[in-house]
Design a protein around this ligand. Structure first.
Ligand code: NDP
Length: 310
């Protein structure tokens, strides 16, 4: 019998208890899932950063921490964490992100706002949106989410560039990497999507210099993390027209403070960190499969590299 501790905010327990138990049975695991296991009796922790466990040092027999979240920036530097940490890669989380990114890309690509907000009785039939093939899109972050969004945008006809830390070879995506590749990835991009993790290296990756590399009047879409953007530089670029519109789902402070200039800026769209989320049915299967692998000595999937921070 494996003792699995569920450590997340209380409402999550009621969403996850049944799907997790069903997934453990389906994976052939004999599990006691609880919110109350003693630390020295806990084999695995299903974990969200805002749950009760903050100090991992008493969890002496715990074999791994299974994060419910894809982003691990709030736990990766926890000095008490010596156990392996697995982040969430979940088909439903990915689908949600693909739909959100494609939707907001299409909004800007087609110039939908002009017609949704501009019905003044004047028939302006001279301006057509370009086709996708004429609209280069760059995704900073070519991982589980970035690459999936890239494939979906490619299927719609957009020329897609993906930028990562390490070299990659992904069909349908022009892959660039490292500091040297960043300039080429941003040069002339008309839509830039941020799907990087929050680390020391990625903070302020969009700043005055990098925003200036994009095509004049480009669009920024950020479902990654707030600190990826130098907010002052983005506001300057919006005011100068270098950036035509920014659609932002994530912020340095969440909820975004009521007096933040993003709320009232006419060319900023704020969404409240809803681009995607982990879904209990599919995420439970991912966790059960990972624990099954751990028990069989097959190695955990989606292991976080603690030195890289993601
Ligand atoms: P992955 O770890 O799969 O991908 C991260 C990508 O970023 C990789 O391609 C990685 O490169 C690249 N990267 C990391 N650091 C650097 C760097 N210094 N320079 C260049 N590239 C870098 O993560 P996911 O795709 O699963 O998730 C991405 C982020 O999306 C999460 O960290 C989270 O912050 C955010 N997110 C937001 C949600 C929302 O609702 N708004 C929901 C879920 C996630 P390499 O491949 O070479 O390692």
């Amino acid at each position: 019998m494996l003792n699995i501790l569920f450590s997340a905010q209380p409402p999550r327990w009621f969403e996850y208890e049944a799907p997790l138990n069903a997934a453990f049975v389906a994976a052939g695991l004999d599990v006691d899932l609880s919110r109350d296991h003693a630390p020295d009796q806990t084999d695995y922790i299903v974990f969200a950063p805002n749950g009760p466990v903050r100090d991992f040092s008493p969890y002496t027999r715990t074999k791994a921490i299974m994060s419910l979240w894809a982003g691990v920036e709030t736990v990766v530097d926890n000095r008490t964490l010596t156990q392996p940490l697995c982040r969430m890669v979940d088909d439903s989380l990915t689908s949600g992100m693909v739909e959100w990114v494609v939707g907001h890309t299409m909004r800007h690509h087609l110039g939908m706002d002009a017609h949704i907000h501009g019905q003044d009785g004047v028939w302006r039939d001279g301006v057509f949106p370009p086709v996708a093939a004429q609209r280069p899109v760059t995704i900073l972050g070519n991982g589980a989410l970035g690459a999936a969004c890239g494939q979906a945008l490619h299927r719609l006809g957009f020329p897609v560039t993906g930028w990562s830390r390490n070299p990659k070879d992904i069909p349908n995506i022009r892959c660039l990497h490292g500091d040297d590749g960043l300039k080429g990835a941003l040069a002339g991009a008309e839509i830039v999507v941020l799907l990087l993790p929050q680390t020391q290296e990625t903070e302020d990756i969009l700043n005055g210099d990098t925003l200036a590399l994009m095509a004049k009047g480009a669009f920024v879409i950020n479902p990654g993390r707030g600190p990826l953007i130098d907010d002052g530089a983005l506001l300057d670029a919006l005011d100068s027209g270098q950036i035509a519109h920014a659609t932002l789902d994530v912020f340095r402070v969440e909820p975004l403070p009521k007096d933040h200039p993003y709320w009232s800026h006419p060319r900023v769209t704020v969404t409240p960190h809803i681009a995607s989320t982990t879904r209990p049915e599919t995420a439970s299967q991912v966790i059960a499969e990972n624990i099954r692998r751990g028990e069989r000595g097959e190695g955990f999937l989606h292991l976080v590299n603690r030195s890289k921070g993601y």
